[in-house]
Unconditional design. Structure first.
Ligand SMILES: [Zn+2]
Length: 139
């Protein structure tokens, strides 16, 4: 099945053509150029906004910010979690964070530098074992 999006002009779900556009974006304290993906209706040529591309564009914008600031990207955070065979809630609990914290960072929210450091510790075998030991101690 082909991807479709709602076209305001055709008043129906239409197939679309994707193209790249260069944009200058401002994120927090930084600004830079990114190549984002936009779509046009195959029938009338007007712009359509597939949800899938919005998610893709957010990831491009935020991951570039992270790269520029030396922070882990959302995919890298996910890789670290998978390496430790934990789901998002388990990793959040392991780091004594709110249940939804990891899910937020894997889907776009930019992590604070302190949290970035915690995630890098999870990636490090010795640090990981040390945290595990601390967490296993009875209160
Ligand atoms: Zn159209």
């Amino acid at each position: 099945m082909k991807d479709t999006a709602g076209c305001m002009y055709c008043d129906e779900a239409v197939e679309y053509v994707v193209h790249d556009e260069k944009h200058h974006v401002k994120v927090l304290d930084d600004e830079y150029d990114v190549i984002l993906k936009y779509a046009r209706c195959k029938k009338c040529g007007h712009k359509v906004y597939p949800h899938k591309l919005a998610i893709y564009n957010d990831k491009v914008v935020y991951d570039k910010y992270r790269e520029r600031k030396g922070l882990l990207t959302s995919s890298q955070i996910k890789e670290i979690r998978k390496k430790r065979k934990m789901n998002q809630v388990e990793l959040a609990k392991f780091l004594r964070l709110g249940d939804k914290t990891i899910a937020r960072y894997e889907t776009g929210t930019i992590q604070e530098k302190s949290l970035d450091l915690l995630l890098r510790l999870v990636d490090n075998d010795e640090a990981f074992e040390a945290i595990k030991k601390l967490n296993s101690k009875k209160k």
